[in-house]
Design a protein around this ligand. Structure first.
Ligand code: NAG
Ligand code: NAG
Ligand code: NAG
Ligand code: NAG
Length: 477
C-alpha cells in the first residue's frame, strides 16, 4: 500500500515534463477543434464586417484527426462506403466551422467514402495554416479541388451528397454551378452553425428552401432560423435536423486520466500562484461583450462581498479569464483591467492569453462559467468539454447552454444581462460553500456527457441525417 502510493505521487514529479509534452501534443487536436467551435457561434447582432469565425486563426499547431479509423465498434456511418461526398467550406482555418467539417470528412474517409473538399474563399497570399490543413486532408485521402471550374461542377453533379458548411457558403452555389444549381440542390445538406443577425440574408440563403436538409447544432438555433427565414426573408426552411456536437476521443482521454489531470492541475495552479485548495471559477472564451467577461467579473466581485458580509468560511476564490488578448487594446480588455484594479482584486483575478490549448485549464479549475450574453451560445462546445472534466457549469439561461446544462443538477443557470449579475454571484457563493454539491454536480455533468455528448453520439445522429438526405436525393434523380 505504502509503496504504491509513494510510486504514484513520485512518478509525476519526475516525469511531468514528459507527460506534459505528451498531453500538450495530444490535446492540441481536440483543443483545436473544440476551442475554435465555442468561439464560433458569435451571437452578437452587431456589425456584419467581421469575418466568420476568424478569431482563432493564428494557431499554427499541427492538426491530427480526432477520428480513430477502423476501431472495434462498427461506425454508424458504414452505409456511406464508396459514396461520393462533396464538402464546400467558406474557408479553411482553425476556426470551428471548417474544423467540424474536416472532422466529418475524416469520419467518412474512415468508412470508405470518397470525399472531395472545396474551399471557396482562399486568402490571396499563401497561408501556412491552410497549407498544413490541406496537406492533412490529402494525407487522409480527402481530395482537394479548386472551387470553380469544370472539376467542381462535375463533382457536384456526380456526388451522392453535397455538404455546404455555414450559411455564407450559399454564395458558392450560383458562383460555381451557375445554371446547374437546380440539379445539385436536391442532394445538398446544409450545415449551419450561425446565429448572428447578418447571416439571415437572402444573398446567402435564397436556395435554402430547395435543399434536401439543414443540420443545426441546437434546437434553439434551429427555431431561430425557422422564425427568421419566415418572418424576415419570407422563405421556408427545408427539413431541419438538430445535431448536438460531441466530445472528441482525445479530449475524453485527457479528461479521464486522473494522473494527467493532476499533473496539469498542479502545473497550472503553480504558474498562477494559486494554492491547491483555492477555488477557481473560469470563463474560457475570446474576450468580447458577447461572451460576458465584464459581467462575470462583476458577479465575482459581488460574491467576494457576500462572503465577507456573511463572514463565510471558505477557501480563497479566484476568477480566471482564459481568452484574453491585451495586445489588441480593445476597450473591453482595458475596461476589465481597470475594473480589477479599481476593486483591488488583482490577486484574485487572472487573465490568460488566448490559447488553443484549454485542457490544462479545464484540469486546473473547479467551476466553468459560461456567461454568453444575448441569445447565448449556438451550442457552446466548451460546456461539454468542461463537463467531461467533471466541472459544474454556471451558465446563462440562453441558447445551447440550456440544452446541455440541467439546472440544479449539472450546474446552475442565471439570466443573461445585468439582471444576471447577482444571481451569478449567489451561485458562485453556493458552489464555493457547498463542496459536496459542487462535486456531485460535476459528476452528474460527466455522466450526462457520457450519455449524450460523445463523438459516437454525434456520429450516430449525423448518420441518421445522411441516410434521410440520400433517400430524398435518390427520389429526385
Ligand atoms: C461577435 O461579433 C461582433 C460583431 O461582429 C464583435 O464585435 C464581437 O467581438 C464578436 N464576439 C466574439 C466573441 O467573437
Ligand atoms: C419570431 O420572432 C419574433 C421576433 O423576431 C417574435 O416576436 C415571434 O414571437 C417569434 N415567433 C415564434 C413562433 O417564435
Ligand atoms: C500575453 O500577451 C501579452 C500581449 O498581449 C504579452 O505581453 C504577454 O507576455 C503574454 N503572456 C504570456 C504568458 O504569454
Ligand atoms: C434554476 O433553478 C433555480 C433553483 O434551483 C431557479 O431559481 C431558477 O429560476 C432556475 N433557472 C432556470 C432558468 O430554470
Amino acid at each position: 500500500m505504502v509503496k504504491q502510493s509513494n510510486a504514484s505521487t513520485a512518478m509525476p514529479k519526475n516525469k511531468w515534463p514528459l507527460i506534459l509534452l505528451v498531453l500538450f501534443s495530444l490535446s492540441t487536436v481536440m483543443v483545436v477543434f473544440l476551442r475554435a467551435t465555442s468561439d464560433y457561434c458569435n451571437t452578437s447582432t452587431g456589425s456584419s464586417t467581421e469575418q466568420l469565425g476568424s478569431e482563432d486563426n493564428q494557431g499554427k499547431a499541427p492538426i491530427h484527426s480526432t477520428i480513430q479509423v477502423g476501431n472495434s465498434a462498427p461506425s454508424p456511418l458504414e452505409f456511406m462506403k464508396s459514396k461520393l461526398v462533396l464538402m464546400v467550406s467558406h474557408e479553411l482555418s482553425l476556426s470551428g466551422g471548417p474544423l467540424l467539417l474536416m472532422e466529418l470528412a475524416f469520419l467518412l474517409r474512415g468508412v470508405g467514402s470518397d470525399v472531395v473538399w472545396i474551399t471557396y474563399q482562399k486568402p490571396s497570399e499563401s497561408d501556412e495554416v491552410m497549407y498544413s490543413l490541406e496537406n492533412k486532408m490529402l494525407d487522409r485521402g480527402v481530395q482537394v479541388f479548386p472551387a470553380y471550374g469544370e472539376k467542381a461542377i462535375d463533382t457536384a453533379l456526380k456526388a451522392d451528397l453535397v455538404i455546404l458548411n455555414t450559411a455564407v457558403s450559399g454564395k458558392w452555389l450560383d458562383a460555381a454551378l451557375k445554371e446547374k444549381v437546380p440539379d445539385v440542390l436536391p442532394k445538398v445538406l446544409w450545415w449551419i452553425h450561425e446565429m448572428r443577425g447578418h447571416y439571415f440574408k437572402v444573398e446567402y440563403v435564397k436556395h435554402l428552401p430547395f435543399v434536401a436538409g439543414a443540420m443545426i447544432d441546437s434546437h434553439v438555433t434551429a427555431e431561430l432560423w425557422k422564425n427568421r427565414t419566415r418572418e424576415r426573408l419570407g422563405i421556408k426552411m427545408p427539413e431541419t435536423y438538430v445535431v448536438h456536437l460531441g466530445n472528441s476521443k482525445e479530449l475524453m482521454e485527457v479528461a479521464e486520466d486522473s494522473v494527467s489531470k493532476r499533473v496539469l492541475r498542479e502545473h497550472v495552479r503553480e504558474s498562477l500562484g494559486v494554492r491547491n485548495d483555492d477555488i477557481l471559477f473560469a470563463l474560457i472564451n475570446s474576450v468580447s461583450r458577447g461572451k460576458g467577461q465584464d459581467l462575470f467579473l462583476r458577479s465575482f466581485y459581488e460574491s467576494l462581498k457576500l462572503i465577507q458580509e456573511k463572514k463565510l468560511q471558505v477557501p480563497a476564490l479566484h476568477a480566471v479569464v482564459v481568452g484574453s488578448d491585451f495586445s489588441a487594446h480593445t476597450t473591453l480588455e482595458i475596461e476589465l483591467r481597470k475594473y480589477v484594479a479599481d476593486k483591488k482584486i488583482q490577486d484574485r483575478v487572472h487573465f490568460i492569453n488566448k490559447t488553443l490549448t484549454v485542457a490544462p485549464y479545464l484540469a486546473a479549475i473547479d467551476v466553468l462559467v459560461q456567461n454568453s450574453q444575448g441569445r447565448g451560445e449556438c451550442f457552446g462546445r466548451i460546456t461539454i468539454e468542461a463537463m467531461a472534466f467533471r466541472l459544474p457549469v454556471l451558465g446563462t439561461a440562453a441558447g445551447g447552454t440550456m440544452e446541455i446544462v440541467v439546472n440544479g443538477t449539472t450546474g446552475l443557470l442565471h439570466p443573461e444581462g445585468k439582471k444576471g449579475v447577482m444571481p451569478l454571484a449567489n451561485n458562485i457563493v453556493k458552489l464555493a460553500t457547498h463542496v459536496e454539491r459542487r462535486l456531485t454536480m460535476g459528476k452528474r455533468g460527466y455522466d450526462r456527457v457520457k450519455e449524450m455528448f460523445m463523438e459516437h453520439h454525434m456520429a450516430h445522429r449525423i448518420a441518421l441525417v445522411l441516410k434521410e438526405v440520400l433517400r430524398k436525393s435518390k427520389r429526385h434523380s
